[in-house]
Ligand binder design. Structure first.
Ligand code: SF4
Ligand code: MG
Length: 344
């Protein structure tokens, strides 16, 4: 049995007239200790998927259909109280990096806790302990008293050090360590390193991979960057306009992408281009939620689009490399099979 099994998950955003579909019928599974990547441009629905998995969709988002099973247990039906036993404990999350500034109307402690919890859900008392440790780390005396004070009660130098303490908390290595505090079975990391320098990014992701491998923790890495995927994930799911359009083993997808969107993403990568070759950006943009194209949502940007692509969305076929939703791939497969049939 898979550790996580997502079936037909659909997410909508409530609107006055007609609800907007943010995730269409998403299905995938994750085994114990496995590492997968969800890849796509911004607006593809990757983060919505991440939030939906742990029931943290912001209003007006809601799960419209489908199921998410963790270790055989249905998550979409859990009460907030039942979620407390799962979120942060069994399934940890690492979110994007926020900026560090001190808010004058909140205590130092509240801001540190918020910084910790913006990245990962851990119990208040664990977050507090960690925050006080970090205050001591930057040599703030009586850290547990400082924790309850407001910024104006501290000297300028101390405020500076509080900012450093928060930055330390936001250090990806520490975030990963926090996420691991409660021995989760899954870590969902949503673009955890985008704010960082490329070399540091690679090191942090390598570390994340190593930690997961050493502890048997499964990883869902959400990213727009195919370059990082190859080093981390065993399987890759490419998302476009709220749908998975291609999925399969990472190396095979990178070496032989089947879906025109995946091909476009890979062609746009500097590290994948041959020396002297021009990078090809995919023309056009990800469609907004309130203006989704008919049929295959990629058709306005696809170099191979035909009339039927505008009419109805393609189903999935297995290409021999990956599972793909595209009419052209489907046609190629049926030509091959006719050729095989004629030959025998
Ligand atoms: Fe392009 Fe048509 Fe395939 Fe969509 S189904 S990716 S529009 S060829
Ligand atoms: Mg995102």
């Amino acid at each position: 049995m898979s550790l996580l099994s997502v079936n037909g998950l659909s997410v909508k955003f409530r609107q006055r007239h007609q609800d907007l579909v943010a995730l269409h019928d998403v299905s995938f599974s994750l085994d114990r200790g496995e590492r997968i990547a969800i890849v796509g441009e911004s607006g593809a629905g990757k983060s919505v998927l991440g939030y939906a998995l742990v029931n943290l969709l912001m209003k007006p988002g809601y799960i419209d259909a489908g199921s998410v099973q963790f270790d055989g247990r249905e998550l979409t039906k859990l009460s907030p109280k039942q979620w407390q036993g799962i979120r942060g404990k069994k399934i940890a999350m690492i979110f994007q990096d926020p900026m560090v500034t001190l808010n004058p109307v909140l205590t130092i402690g509240a801001q540190m806790i918020e910084a910790i919890r913006s990245h990962t859900r851990i119990a208040y008392k664990d977050a507090r302990k960690l925050a006080i440790e970090k205050l001591a780390h930057v040599r703030i005396s009586a850290p547990s008293q400082r924790f309850d004070q407001f910024p104006h009660e501290l000297s300028g130098g101390m405020r500076q050090r509080v900012i450093i303490a928060i930055a330390l908390l936001l250090n990806p290595e520490i975030i990963i360590a926090i996420a691991l505090l409660l021995n989760p079975e899954i870590i969902i990391a949503d673009e955890p390193t985008t704010a960082l320098d490329v070399t540091i990014q690679a090191e942090i992701l390598q570390l994340l991979k190593q930690i997961c491998a050493d502890n048997g923790v499964a990883l869902i890495l959400i990213t727009h960057d195919f370059g990082v995927v190859s080093r981390i994930a065993e399987r890759t799911f490419v998302m476009y306009a709220g749908r998975i359009v291609e999925q399969g083993p990472t190396l095979e997808i990178i070496n032989d992408p089947q879906h025109p969107y995946t091909q476009g993403l890979l062609n746009a990568l500097p590290q994948m281009a041959l020396p002297g070759q021009r990078l090809n950006q995919i023309k056009g943009n990800m469609p907004p939620l309130n203006d989704q194209p008919s049929g295959c949502a990629f058709h306005p940007r696809c170099p191979y689009a035909e009339e039927r692509c505008r009419q109805s969305p393609p189903g999935f076929v297995f290409s021999g490399v990956s599972t793909v939703a595209c009419y052209v791939v489907e046609d190629m497969l049926s030509e091959f099979s006719q050729y095989d049939g004629g030959d025998s």
